[in-house]
Design a protein around this ligand. Structure first.
Ligand SMILES: Nc1ncnc2c1ncn2[C@@H]1O[C@H](COP(=O)(O)OP(=O)(O)OP(=O)(O)O)[C@@H](O)[C@H]1O
Length: 288
């Protein structure tokens, strides 16, 4: 499947939330969707999940508008922190009915995952702990095997071992049943290794959509003597700088040329990689 957003706008009443979003998601890969609190991630994902209609612009999935489009909706699984109040059946019973509305849902795999996440309890879903309810959402999302699978911060309440299990299953699933997986998260440093591509939204605008490798190769950290670092940084885009005594560390946005690398070496400057989290923090700082 293939998602295409053209000049997408979303307003809640008079509040403009998403502004002129243009994005194409075409490959069965894992996409990390990042943005500060309130940036508009859930709003965008709720458009992809057919929960809402754009205020203007076009959203096409395989060339069709998804809103109230049953054929498209069956191909998209949008998992978020659902409120399970009133869900009196245990997880093992709830999963038996999912195939009716998610045609690719694999019950055997879901049962296997219930065991792995220790969700075989007889307790009704509404009485499970927050983390276990999140794990249940993860199970449904993975086992749905929908061509477009969206996880909107569902892993928030899950403890570290459960999240680790989720990441492993996700990578395994993606290898066997590749699909468009979109993960929105604030756990950037923990999850960055999962992403093939990164989409960043800032204040309702699309800030960037790039492959993970391209994005992190755009930034470098340069550490060394303050004066040498300052001279090196001249005419370059400095995202961040920190100083301790005479030592200065800067984060630069933009790939270094071979000549730059040679000159840094000559001046005793240390060049290192930049993490996605550092780039994200710098790129979404208020002054940007
Ligand atoms: N139903 C709604 N009615 C009015 N405003 C809303 C509604 N849902 C979200 N908003 C507003 O839209 C903006 C974007 O919210 P959204 O939940 O999409 O952000 P987010 O990036 O997912 O944030 P977070 O990381 O905090 O979950 C916020 O200003 C929020 O207050």
């Amino acid at each position: 499947m293939h998602i295409e957003a053209k000049n997408l706008h979303l307003a809640y009443g008079s509040d403009q939330i998403l502004h002129d979003i243009n994005v194409e998601i075409t490959e069965p890969k894992i996409y990390g969707l990042l943005g500060r609190n309130g940036a508009g991630k859930t709003s965008l994902l709720s458009l992809f999940g057919s929960f809402r209609e754009p205020t203007s612009g076009k959203l096409l999935m395989d060339g069709e508008e998804p809103f109230e489009n049953a054929g498209i909706m069956q191909q998209v699984t949008f998992m978020y922190n659902k409120d399970f109040t009133g869900e009196t059946d245990p997880p093992s019973s709830v999963i038996k009915h999912i195939k009716r509305y998610r045609p690719n849902f694999n019950l055997d795999y879901a049962e296997e995952l219930l065991k792995k996440f220790k969700l075989e309890e007889k307790k009704p879903l509404q009485k499970l702990s927050t983390g276990k309810q999140s794990a249940f959402n993860v199970v449904v999302g993975l086992a749905s095997r929908s061509p477009i699978t969206i996880f909107d911060e569902v892993y928030l309440g899950m403890d570290a071992p459960a999240r680790d299990l989720f990441y492993k299953e996700l990578l395994k699933e993606q290898e066997i049943h590749p699909r468009i997986m979109i993960l929105s998260t604030h756990l950037v440093s923990e999850m960055d290794y999962l992403f093939d591509e990164v989409i960043i939204i800032n204040e309702g605008n699309l800030l960037l959509h790039e492959s993970y490798d391209d994005l992190v190769s755009r930034g470098v950290t340069v550490v060394g003597n303050k004066l040498a670092v300052d001279a090196f940084a001249k005419d370059k885009e400095v995202l961040n700088e920190e100083q301790l005594g005479d030592t200065r560390s800067i984060t630069l946005y933009g790939a270094l040329s071979e000549a730059d690398k040679a000159s840094a070496k000559e001046q005793g400057l240390n060049i290192g990689p930049v993490s996605l989290q550092d780039l994200f923090i710098q790129l979404t700082k208020e002054e940007h």
